[in-house]
Design a protein around this ligand. Sequence first.
Ligand code: GLP
Length: 244
Amino acid sequence: TVFANEKEACKKVAKRIATLILEKNDKMEKTILGLATGASPIGVYAELIRLHKEEGLSFKNVVTFNLDEYYPMNPLAEQSYVNFMKDHLFDHIDINFDNVHIPDGTLSKEEVQQFCVNYEKKITAYGGLDLQILGIGRTGHIGFNEPGSAPNSGTRLVTLDDLTKKDAAKDFGGKANVPLKAITMGVGTIFKAKEIILMAWGSKKAAIIKKAVEGEISGEVPATYLQLSENVEFVLDEDAASLL
Ligand code: GLP
């Protein structure tokens, strides 16, 4: 779906999330959301905050699982995805923090593997993700599933691609300070979501969007795996869609 601009697109995605929460509330069920970081979803979160403050949308029955976190990462650090999510969403809504899950960047290497297994188990125990929102990196990554990721991959520790570190450099005061690794949900984890919405804005995403939507399905561009899913929608602005 192509929108005239990012703002309109973000409103539509936020509305979809709000509708899902209300439908689930009616059925006395929790809503299990997969959330993303990066600039792309910020407008969606801003609209969700507005819906909470002005229209009484409640997140009391919402459970969230974030896609990824840098590794190693102190949750209190400015660049942590924990900090990002608090700043852009959680501190402004009525979510119960016990219902918030974000990969833990403080674990030892020995602990990470078990953590990843448990992360998958927790998602499954809630009945799976109702909706996963995604951005896309210029390498074609979704979450931090970099080129070379397998379609059935699960939550795991990965090494960041050079281009990803370059794109993150501004947040860390230089590429050399960007963590070398990250914990990310896998492509397989994302695929199990009942609904997936990938968002991209601006001309700098146009080339990777063309590859993701029209390119050959390949682990070299993990977002191309989404072509295999029946439940995915790409929500784009005109600039991101300009090469399609
Ligand atoms: C990071 C995140 C991804 C995100 C990507 C694009 O690498 N781990 O989940 O999709 O950035 O970010 P942006 O939305 O800022 O372009």
